[in-house]
Design a protein around this ligand. Structure first.
Ligand SMILES: NC(=O)N[C@@H](O)C(=O)O
Ligand code: NI
Length: 163
């Protein structure tokens, strides 16, 4: 019997245990370029153990609700940031860890202008643009050794469509 998740709008507060919501909010930390630009400084907790930061581009196919979550993954050696470049929202699935097993899954839908940075070793669903194909800048670890752990659910979760 599948377990149902109801997606909620993504907020920095709710997402904080799992990562950062990168968005322009509030006054900039500093004005630069002769006052022509606001810098919202250092807004993500990046972590690339024994490696370096890489920038890649992901062209992801559209996903739709209801959405089956049969697997989540995590990157033990690094954080992973997803920055949409064509304005398509993301379905963001994250989970707590209990002895190496993902539990208490949560589903969020990103809002306009929001990007995310997943903290190192946080369980998450793979990149999922909602309703249309999405193009993303991805900032994550480039380095040697394994950096991907998957967990396949015997009983998948279903992210329901919201009214
Ligand atoms: N595998 C890969 O590069 N992407 C995944 O880590 C993902 O979270 O989408
Ligand atoms: Ni990932």
């Amino acid at each position: 019997m599948s377990r149902v998740l109801t997606p909620r709008p993504l907020t920095a507060e709710a997402f904080a245990p799992f990562g950062d919501v990168i968005e322009v909010s509030g006054a900039p930390d500093k004005l630069i370029n002769q006052g022509m630009c606001g810098r919202h400084h250092d807004r993500a907790r990046l972590d690339f153990a024994d490696g370096r930061a890489g920038i890649s581009l992901f062209d992801a196919k559209a996903r739709h609700l209801p959405h089956v979550v049969d697997m989540v993954e995590r990157h033990p050696e690094g954080s992973q940031a997803f920055i949409p470049v064509n304005g398509v929202p993301m379905l963001v699935i994250v989970a707590e860890d209990e002895g190496g097993t993902p539990v208490n899954l949560k589903a969020f839908t990103s809002q306009a202008g929001q990007s995310i940075n997943l903290l190192r070793n946080v369980w998450h669903g793979v990149l999922a643009p909602l309703g249309a194909p999405g193009r993303f800048v991805v900032v994550d670890r480039i380095g040697d050794g394994p950096n991907l752990q998957e967990h396949w659910f015997d009983d998948p979760w279903i992210v329901e469509a919201t009214p």
